[in-house]
Design a protein around this ligand. Structure first.
Ligand SMILES: Nc1ncnc2c1ncn2[C@@H]1O[C@H](COP(=O)(O)OP(=O)(O)OP(=O)(O)O)[C@@H](O)[C@H]1O
Ligand SMILES: O=c1ccn([C@@H]2O[C@H](COP(=O)(O)O)[C@@H](O)[C@H]2O)c(=O)[nH]1
Ligand SMILES: [Mg+2]
Length: 235
């Protein structure tokens, strides 16, 4: 049974000050920007939220909705790499090989693509989806971009649900197959979760728990999570 509020139970446990911070981060009133976002606009530095979670945990799906609802620019790190891969660039073959293996591309390559996407956007509020995937990625971002994210959203989803979703995705991705998803899960647990823990320790992590367990209930889950996230962000 899908439990509506469990999906956000961790978010609801955050301190009041953090609740305000996250509300402010997602507020989109252009005429009167929220306090924290406003100060970032003034300094013209980007306001950045990293979005983490395992393969198929729903990062891309929820980012589209959050971006549309709250006025963020959605930058998918994997999408940037796929674009680079199909662009015929010198890194194309290397990226394709790594994606098929479920491995992580060199930090320099990914961070440069992200930096370029940030610099070329008019928007100054960004959701960076699927990055950083390793501590090394994280440190490269901090070094090259010269900033930390303002907060991090983490989609926590059971492994069997993530696998089902990836195998049912049907978008023609080179990594949506049983072999690669197993490798991606290993990388996620061994290499990405330490990044999640890093931000948890810094008090920057906001966790959304997805406990859906069957395909039919997952479909209900999309709307439930969106409603709950939206409601929470507007509180
Ligand atoms: N809450 C949900 N309930 C049911 N299906 C979902 C839910 N969230 C996402 N999906 C579906 O699961 C699949 C994977 O979702 P999505 O692409 O958003 O995941 P992701 O975290 O971005 O994965 P990846 O890291 O592989 O890019 C998609 O087909 C999407 O439509
Ligand atoms: O920062 C990143 C992001 C992605 N990759 C590679 O791309 C695939 C797919 O990424 P999605 O975010 O799931 O679209 C991922 O498995 C990696 O191979 C990366 O190297 N670095
Ligand atoms: Mg995605």
């Amino acid at each position: 049974m899908w439990r509506r509020l469990t999906s956000l139970s961790h978010l609801r446990q955050v301190r009041r000050a953090d609740e305000l911070k996250i509300c402010q981060a997602f507020c989109t009133d252009i005429t009167k920007p929220p306090v924290e976002a406003e100060s970032h606009y003034r300094r013209n530095s980007p306001f950045v939220a990293f979005v983490l979670g395992g393969p198929g945990s729903g990062k891309g799906t929820q980012c589209l909705k959050i971006a549309e609802t709250f006025g963020f620019e959605h930058i998918g790190a994997g999408d940037l790499l796929r674009k680079e891969m199909y662009s015929g660039s010198e890194n194309g073959d290397m990226i394709q090989k790594l994606m098929k293996e479920g491995s992580i591309a060199p930090s320099e390559v990914t961070v440069k693509l992200i930096k370029k996407a940030i610099e070329s956007a008019e928007n100054r509020k960004f959701l960076i989806d699927g990055f950083p995937r390793s501590e090394e990625n994280r440190m490269a971002y901090e070094r090259i971009v010269g900033a930390e994210p303002n907060f991090v959203l983490f989609f926590d989803c059971p492994e069997e649900v993530m696998v089902k979703r990836v195998l049912n995705r049907n978008e023609g991705r080179v990594d949506d197959n049983e072999h690669t998803v197993k490798e991606r899960l290993k990388v996620y647990k061994g290499t990405t979760l330490p990044v999640v823990n890093h931000y948890a320790k810094k008090g920057k992590l906001y966790k959304v728990v997805d406990i859906t367990d069957t395909l039919q209930k997952q479909v209900i889950g999309i709307e439930e999570v969106e409603c709950a996230v939206e409601k929470y962000m507007r509180m």
